[in-house]
Write a protein that binds this ligand. Sequence first.
Ligand SMILES: N[C@@H](CCC(=O)N[C@@H](CS)C(=O)NCC(=O)O)C(=O)O
Length: 220
Amino acid sequence: MASIELLGLRISVYTRIARLALEEKKIDYELREVDIFADAGPPPEYLEYNPFGTIPCLKYGEFSLYETGAICRYIDEMFLGMPLQPKEPAPRARMNQIIGILDSYTYRPMVWDVYVQRIVVTGSGGQADEALIAAALPTLKTVLQQIDLWRGDCEFLVGDAITLADLYAYPMLRYFIETGEGAAMLESFPQLNEWMRQMQTRASARATSFHWGDDSEDGF
Ligand SMILES: N[C@@H](CCC(=O)N[C@@H](CS)C(=O)NCC(=O)O)C(=O)O
């Protein structure tokens, strides 16, 4: 059998989503770090796999694939292991709706506008753009309200089995809760906070920790 390679970065949210899918399915793979954020831009050889320069990209023999949604669904449908998508149309649609919301209205404000400003920019001696952070928060609250409402009393975001919706939400929220604003917002949704704690204990979360040398992520 050909081996699976994932081109990406350990610190990248979308790389982690694909890794979580591989880990949950218990599939062997190799993470190959590609520094798309280098001053010179993505390495030219990477652009041959993905001309848009975003990560991750999956390689399986001669087959290569970029766009995390396509990668995760391929992993789930191609390989044996625990299913990561509901079979029934309504929960499957809800899962896809959550993924759409996370892609369209969450990733940029949550990770770039709040986390990067609050943690990365200030951590390197700069001044956070407070206006950018303030503008991001109302939308992020709406995102959490929606996810919390749909989840109800279920163990995971869509029903009582883990799905791709959980694997998408976790890495974004994991960065968000490192900020004061994110931690406070999540605490105002106690059930979602508990879901986060449960996600954090999973072997897949530990195996894909963002933080070098830290397998526990006991940061909140
Ligand atoms: N639509 C892409 C988005 C992936 C994405 O934005 N990845 C980030 C890293 S977490 C990235 O490559 N950013 C660089 C850029 O946008 O140029 C996907 O689903 O894979």
